[in-house]
Ligand binder design. Sequence first.
Ligand code: ZN
Length: 477
Amino acid sequence: MRTVWQQLLDRLAAGEVTICADEVPRWDKNQWGEVLGLGLLRETELAGAVVCDQCGEAHWAEVYWVTPGVKACFGCDTEGVIDIELDRLRQWRIDADRVAGLVAGSLDLSSPIEVLLRERLWRIGRRRMGGRYRDIYFGVGAGLPVAEMSAAIRSSIGPGSALLLTVGTDGNPDGIPAGQHRLDLASVSRVEGGRVVIDLDYVEERLAGEAASTRKSSPSIPVPAGTAWRDVSIIVFDGLLQVTVCGKVYEKEFGEIGVDEQSQPVQLLKLFAAARGTLSSERISEAPKGDTPPKTRVRRLRALLQSLIEIDGDPVPNQKKADTYTCAFEIRLVSDDGYPTPAGTTWIDFSFHERADGRLLVSTGEKQRRRGLAIERDDTVRAEVAETTREAVRTYLIDDIVPRPSSGKMPAGGSALLDLLRSGGRIRRAGDDMAILILAQRLREWTGLSQDPLSFSDSTGTWLASFSCSSALAAPK
Ligand SMILES: [Zn+2]
């Protein structure tokens, strides 16, 4: 037997939101009193018709007012004119906004409730459930396909995690994207002690179960055949990894790839990221504290990386002689921002080159001193007597310089930079071209230089870069 609360949710789901006094005696008196106390039923205008309870035919009869608001009656063909008790004419309407509020309260959500689709879909807050933060929604089916609710959620929060508590949508999961989960509100809630209670243990269990099954079905990032670790770039964020493989960007939360952020492999990965990819064995054994030998720590990290990205070969090879481990892919922390511009540098010193693989080489003419080993023609190795100098060249992704928004599409400033490199530093664009102005601003931030990196010539109608531009992908002249 469904409780009064569940029956009211069923009525809401069916779009039959008006309850007449005649229905009330069929319901449990205590439960009725309890739902009235929740405030989810709004008393509305008195009924204009009643079902005859005199002749046994149960026909509808119109209400006539003898004294408006005081005395009413109805007519029955066999029983004549019958007086009506005014209480029989009372009606209540289910207040769906209030139901959304009650569900929010039962989940201890405190942010303001937001209506996404009027009378149909509410964003009721955000909290941690089933191991991650989720945006929580309440949805009323009543003819609205769940796919439409999903689409509204998607356009509101993008591909984030959402829990959708609904009434009146069938169990068909089609049209619900990964990351969104739907549960039937009537089966996970009850009214108890004058309030709505959600069975949190059950909800957590369901979400954890679904997370486990999605993990099985999408274990890793797909890679084209022939991809090598050097084609991979990883940026470590709090809570997730942004992985770029052959130009495609993937975001993987740690929970999604089955690891805890505090676990040893993730801590080690962060350490590599902070060091831009190379660590000594000594450094690996230091942090995080523990007796695990560096070899074992790296082995666990390799296993994690290989399960995440299916590429053959060692992602973290060991340089035995130097006693270091170096990531075979590019890795950095998200906070690792900006170019280390040496003092006294101006835009004229800068050069940007786009490599055939899409990476950008940036240098400032700054000399890097290094004492190295030289290999002679006869393969003998000798320490170099003199110090050699070479220009410091750094490798970046275009996204490092002009960050890509979470939508994944390259921003206008990024394409403007590529245009500029491929056209040797001179492009025809309007003097108020937004992409160029944004790019100029971003380049000033990224290098810390206050001068303008680009200037516009009114006479030729072109933008000219003050730094050197070249590209392996430039169109042949
Ligand atoms: Zn009758």
